[in-house]
Design a protein around this ligand. Structure first.
Ligand SMILES: Cc1ncc(C[n+]2csc(CCOP(=O)(O)OP(=O)(O)O)c2C)c(N)n1
Length: 591
């Protein structure tokens, strides 16, 4: 057993065996500062990129960064560091990492952590805390960030000893990525960044009392299979969990074997190709009419990896009224939380599907899918009327999809443009759709796109944003420019906080209160950041602008000036059930 006096000033040694007087199997434990230990621990986790902003409590940490292999992306506001880490994680499948100083730096992370919490995204945040002797004294830039973030993190820590930094970071990554993923915050007092200790990164981490269930109960799986065998009008509700579990291939095999059509939640889009005949499109508040109609008629709903969010379900007592409900979720707390469940299956979606596949028979449901297709033909996107005087938002979205062969990574802000994108892009692949579902965080689009572009420089990345949300995070254009990130920003500029205006229009007698929003000349703004800026005012300019952006390396901004008062349809009014959706579209029967 190593003791302090056995340690050389620069090298600690621990003997794992001691035979014949020879110290064998010795593990070298270099003596490092807490800051160096933090960097080495992140490196040991395979982290290459961190998003952050320096300040007093983390100056010692930033001292150690240049000597590490970590690429630090200097954001312009800490909230966007957390959200860039979120976008990075969603596209790469690896945890995103952000860092900030104590006090205001740490509190600025909170919205980003809440965003990751609600959408189950693995994010690890490292914050500096005031030095231990100052804790509890209202020291300069002291906040109780573990207290503040308790409800918006999966777990958080205030590290107490320099020796605990490495095992705590190990555990943080384990918690962030295992079971139901989520954000974890590690708060490290400034003096611990400076103190030294032998560094050893643990090979594994276990936390007593934390045993996520990944393997489902086979009896429950069989009950689900029996329900599937009996159903005549089965429907799958596919959520983010399919992708988080890396289960998209198994999911596709399950859908094709059972012949069951798929309704997607907002975050489930992309887990199965939308071009597949069994893919119906998005359900819920702005879902397609035929998808919500199918929910009305289904006699079995198999929810895989979604949490029955109210934007998907509408009023609960009118949700899937004829259906028996199977709910597959890795988090037992989700079972029965919002919707009564007949067959709960707790487990990782991949593990559940692996066990379920051999239990189900190959089938087709021609009468049922034929009925849905008849509904679908009435509401086809093609039926939308084009107004030649304005670039139509859905045309913009579909042209970006066409130009990139539906392969681009698309992030959005929150609002009308987000719903148009969800409705019309046509996602074919997992991990290409990056949107703030649970928290609905305006400003998300640009920083998340930067995170995505740095995670996958090989992919085409578009941030489709509203002019309101974009004005929250537009300073990140500087980050994109500084990083040379390949991000094309498409601002759907209607001069309004569009989604709020739409609700005021439809549900508050057109009382447009505080929704008219002026903004800068966006092309000039882009120019000021050294970025190509393009303004598009007509339909005919859409495709050339998209092509120019695609051909230009680094960030590009396109200001699409769209009709100010266009609404997103269909829409389920707040508090209504999905069957009460309003659709103002001018439908054309396509037979
Ligand atoms: C941080 C934050 N503040 C407020 C809201 C409420 N909100 C939801 S959508 C919306 C309007 C968004 O306007 P814009 O970004 O221009 O997008 P549009 O709806 O016009 O496409 C607002 C204010 C929010 N979601 N997030």
């Amino acid at each position: 057993m190593a003791t302090a006096d056995m340690l050389s000033p620069t090298l600690g040694r621990t003997a794992t065996t001691d035979t014949a007087g020879r110290r064998r199997g010795e593990v070298e434990r270099p003596i490092l500062s807490g800051a160096e230990i933090t960097c080495r621990s992140l490196e040991a986790e395979g982290v290459t990129t961190v998003f952050g902003y320096p300040g007093g409590a983390v100056i010692p940490l930033y001292d150690a960064l240049p000597a590490s292999s970590l690429h630090h992306v200097l954001v312009r506001f800490e909230q966007w560091a957390a959200l860039a880490a979120d976008g990075y994680a969603r596209v790469s499948g690896r945890p995103g990492v952000c860092m900030a100083t104590s006090g205001p730096g740490a509190t600025n992370l909170v919205t980003g952590l809440a965003n990751a919490m609600l959408d189950s995204v693995p994010v690890v945040a490292i914050t500096g805390q005031v030095a231990q002797p100052f804790i509890g004294r209202d020291a300069f830039q002291e906040v109780d960030i573990t207290g503040i973030t308790l409800p918006v993190t999966k777990h958080n820590y205030l590290v107490q000893r320099v020796e605990d930094i490495a095992p705590t970071i190990k555990e943080a990554f384990y918690l962030a990525t295992s079971g139901r993923p989520g954000p974890v915050l590690v708060d490290i007092p400034k003096n611990l960044f400076i103190q030294k200790a032998p560094f050893h990164y643990p090979a594994s981490s276990e936390r007593r009392g934390y045993q996520p269930t990944s393997l489902p109960n086979l009896r429950q799986v069989r009950l689900a299979a029996e329900a599937i065998a009996r159903a005549e009008r089965p429907l799958i509700m596919a959520g983010h969990g399919v992708m988080l579990a890396g289960a998209t291939d198994l999911f596709a095999r399950f859908v094709e074997r059972t012949g069951i059509p798929v309704a997607f939640t907002l975050l489930g889009l992309g887990c199965f190709p939308e071009s597949h005949p069994l893919a119906l499109g998005m359900m819920g508040m702005h879902g397609h009419k035929h998808v919500n109609a199918a929910l009305e008629e289904a006699d079995l709903l198999i929810n895989i990896g979604a949490r029955f969010d109210d934007r998907a379900t509408g009023r609960i007592d009118g949700f899937a009224p004829k259906a028996k409900i199977v709910h597959v979720d890795v988090d037992p707390a989700e079972i029965g939380k919002n919707v009564r469940t007949d067959v709960p299956v707790v487990g990782d979606a991949a593990e559940v599907l692996r066990l379920l596949l051999p239990e189900v028979e190959a089938r087709q449901h021609p009468i049922w899918t034929g009925w849905i297709d008849a509904q679908r033909n009435q509401t086809l996107v093609e039926a939308l009327e084009d107004r030649p005087d304005w670039p139509e938002p859905y045309t913009i979205v579909r042209e970006i999809a066409a130009a990139s062969n539906n392969e681009a990574v698309i992030s959005t802000d929150v609002g009308q443009h987000q719903m148009w994108t969800a409705q019309y892009f046509g996602f074919e692949r997992p991990d290409r759709w990056i949107t703030s579902g649970g928290l609905g965080t305006m400003g998300y689009g640009l920083p998340a796109a930067i995170g995505a572009a740095l995670a996958r420089p090989d992919l085409e990345v578009w941030a489709v944003v509203g002019d309101g949300g974009f004005q929250m995070s537009l300073a990140e254009l500087a980050t994109a420019a500084q990083e040379g990130a390949n991000v094309n920003v498409a601002v759907i500029n209607n001069g309004y906080l569009g989604m709020v205006r739409q609700w005021q229009d439809l549900f508050h007698q057109k009382n447009y209160s505080e929704v008219k929003i002026a903004g800068p000349d966006l092309a000039k703004l882009a120019d000021a950041y050294g970025i190509l800026g393009i303004t598009v005012r007509t339909d005919a300019e859409i495709v050339p602008a998209i092509e120019r952006a695609r051909a230009t390396p680094g960030p590009v901004l396109i200001d699409f000036v769209v009709e100010p008062e266009a609404n997103v349809y269909p829409i389920v009014p707040p508090g209504a059930s999905n069957s009460e959706m309003m659709h103002e579209l001018k439908f054309r029967d396509t037979e």
